[in-house]
Design a protein around this ligand. Sequence first.
Ligand SMILES: Cc1ncc(COP(=O)(O)O)c(C=O)c1O
Length: 412
Amino acid sequence: MNWPKLDSHKIKLKVFEALSANANYRSENILGLPGTYLDTEVFYDDAPFLKDAPFLSALIANPNHIGCHTLKDEHEEMFQGTQQLEKDLIRICAEEIFKAKPNEYDGYVASGGTEANLEALWIYRNYYKQELDARLDEIAIIYSEDTHYSIAKGADLLCLDTIAITVDGNNRELSLPDLEHKIDESYRNGKKYFIVVLNMATTMFGSVDPIEKVCNYLNLININYKLHIDAAYGGFIYPFTVPEHQFHFGNPNVSSISLDAHKLLQAPYGTGIFLIRKNFMKYVQTKKASYVKGTDYTLVGSRSGANAICVWMILHSHGSVGWTVKMHQLIDKTTVVCCALDELDIQYYRNPLLNIISIKSEYMPPELVKQFYLVPDTHDGEAKWHKMVIMPHVKQGVLDNFISKLSALKQS
Ligand SMILES: Cc1ncc(COP(=O)(O)O)c(C=O)c1O
């Protein structure tokens, strides 16, 4: 991993250069688009600070990044300046972080992890239908029961059956015997094509699925599967804290990956990232989008170029080295909390390479849950776990306060 850190002056120059390569609603004769700059009554473009604020300037200029710009097809030319920044950020994610070879992947900035996950399911469903004449009832999505609900949402939208694999109640590990049993059972019930979703960190626990064991088994029994990695939570931390892992495009079993920049990367909401090996986007090409040059391949349609610019800016203001240091700092802070919980004999789950701690609810006094905004695994009935996520805004003083209150309540 080696993308450069740029100083803020250079970042500003690059973004303004990209914006000036776009068509300009203020100075050019743009008659054909139902788009324009932001309302000038509210967002006046002559505010003096804007010349030093590339992201806000991009928001006001309002470029539309509709479509998928890593494809060789034609693209809307009006916003090609900032589309290049999006291509560069997709390159960093695919090549630098997830080891894809140059020109062997596609991707785009989606609205979030949910859209990126749905895009993957949509592509594989259509792939099985178009290439293998699959009927819908022959396709199933396999995932662990700790998987994010966006996968169940996708199954509902795409009319696909699901197979949820149990996990161990304490260490949250996906059960291989249950996987074997359920695949066998579904095979006998007529399922022939599988979309497998593995987590590079689950939402509630930060647990990471055993990709090597799962793939070894799937390859051994020789079933037809496509593997999608949900790295919406872990994608911007796990590859930086774990030098050796199998959740990348260097692993031939992996077909696609979802990321969220609006979680750990601290980008604004609306910045999910979808990455997939080349030659798969065609299965969701919407040819009917004929007025869009290059047509459309995404779920979302029109989307803000400013979001892509923002992710590009954050990645370059840290560089790969700076980002790695920042993620290790979160891990260290999380470890300090875990040591204090150990001293208090409080039971919890934590993946040592991630920054989520899920505490068994019986150890969590309700007043602290409320005071520190801990999140339960369910709001429907009795929670078994409450999680804390050590995000960049979490100060050591707040953690110290939490631990000392927990200790006092435990002794009282
Ligand atoms: C593992 C995982 N996948 C998918 C999502 C959905 O992401 P979003 O809320 O950005 O749509 C989340 C959100 O928490 C997540 O943790």
